[in-house]
Design a protein. Structure first.
Length: 149
């Protein structure tokens, strides 16, 4: 009689789950090692978006950047894109031990819930916080309807 050791990873679905687990570990370990490369992470810059009666307000944290480092685009009827580049100048004769602040080119795009008026968009950068006010298109603004009796 042949005796073999039972391996729970022998089953095809268990092996696939194990392989998926290993691949996810490799993926996340690469995200933790930026190595000074440029980045294109969907979460940078961090954004807050509010909807008011007549406009949308977007805030982005961009410490160390100037308006010359940024490009803001409104495309279609309701899409906003923020592009830019954070440059770094490391000390000349220094050994880097840790880098948690990312640098390089980035793009952050989002779709707003309703149409905006691209001709009235206002963007300001103050103390590292970019504030963009995107007025709603006249057709997208709520209108009060008078009820007649």
């Amino acid at each position: 009689m042949l005796v073999t050791r039972w391996n729970p990873l022998e089953g095809s679905w268990l092996r696939q789950m194990h392989n998926l687990h290993e691949e996810m570990n490799r993926l996340f370990s690469r995200w933790n090692d930026w190595s000074g490369q440029s980045f294109d992470v969907a979460t940078f810059p961090a954004l807050n978006v509010w909807e008011e009666d007549d406009a949308f307000r977007v805030e982005a944290e961009l410490p160390g950047l100037t308006m010359n480092d940024l490009e803001i685009y409104v495309t279609g009827q309701n899409q906003l894109a923020i592009k830019g580049e954070r440059k770094v100048a490391p000390p000349q004769k220094a050994v880097q031990h840790r880098q948690e602040r990312h640098f390089g080119k980035f793009v952050r795009a989002l779709t707003l819930p309703s149409a905006i008026d691209p001709n009235k968009v206002d963007a300001r950068l103050d103390n590292g916080v970019l504030t963009i006010v995107l007025p709603k298109h006249e057709g997208a603004k709520p209108r009060k309807i008078e009820v007649k009796a």
